[in-house]
Design a protein around this ligand. Structure first.
Ligand code: MD6
Ligand code: FE
Length: 221
């Protein structure tokens, strides 16, 4: 007769280890996954931003994005009147984007593997900075050349409400709270789902201050 402890060995307990929440067929939130990496991530981030500082981009429709953006890796993401695209040079400096530091790459590769995506080989890391009120409208990540690689997203600083929708802009969205150190991995059948970030609430994070920083790793080229 199964006793009360048998529940611990039920299939769903094994498939949903504490700290890993499934949010789609091939999408997961890994709670606090980046926390042990923070002391290595922050100096690496500072180095990147010294070379390629945050800047606010203008969409092809002429709107200034509220989140400020930088990138590292072989390819960086830019927006301008001609549209969105990946470039190997930072348009601001006309120099290559800062290299992707090993500690950032390793974190992304391990998180991807934990979510079932082995052999993730990111060549781009977008860095978004949100201050209070900044948001990201619903969008699909579709400027990458191919969609067989997942996206790995690392949240730092102030909390955010992440909107995770479907394949049509009008599909209902899940609201998922993301906190400092959380990592979201999605790919496969979920790779092109619409998603966004609600306006960030005012606050002061003990480590990151009055901001949220999000890193998204992709295979773009
Ligand atoms: C953000 N993230 O969390 C914005 N895209 O600040 C994204 O747009 C995103 O988190 C693709 C996959 C994961 C993400
Ligand atoms: Fe996105």
């Amino acid at each position: 007769m199964p006793g009360p402890t048998a529940d611990l060995f039920a299939d769903d307990a094994l498939q949903q280890p504490a700290g890993r929440e499934q949010i789609g067929d091939e999408s997961y939130v890994l709670r606090g996954y980046a926390l042990p990496w923070i002391d290595r991530l922050l100096p690496a981030l500072r180095g990147i931003l010294a070379q390629s500082p945050f800047r606010q981009m203008v969409t092809p429709g002429g709107f200034t994005m509220s989140a400020a953006l930088s990138s590292c890796g072989a390819l960086g993401w830019t927006s301008a009147h001609h549209g969105y695209r990946y470039t190997s040079l930072d348009p601001r400096s006309q120099q290559p984007w800062p290299a992707m530091p090993d500690e950032l790459r390793e974190l992304a590769v391990l998180a991807a593997a934990d979510a079932g995506f082995i052999d993730f080989n990111p060549d781009a890391c977008l860095i978004n900075r949100y201050v209070a009120g900044a948001k990201m409208s619903l969008h699909q990540d579709k400027n990458e050349r191919r969609f067989d690689a997942p996206v790995v997203s690392v949240s730092l600083g102030l909390p955010a409400i992440f909107l995770f929708g479907g394949h049509e802009r009008s599909d209902k969205t899940q609201k998922i709270s993301l906190f400092h150190g959380d990592v979201v991995v999605w790919g496969g059948v979920d790779r092109l789902r619409f998603h966004g970030v609600m306006p960030i609430k005012e606050g002061l994070h003990p480590i990151m201050g009055p901001q949220r920083i999000n890193l998204t790793f992709r295979t773009a080229g």
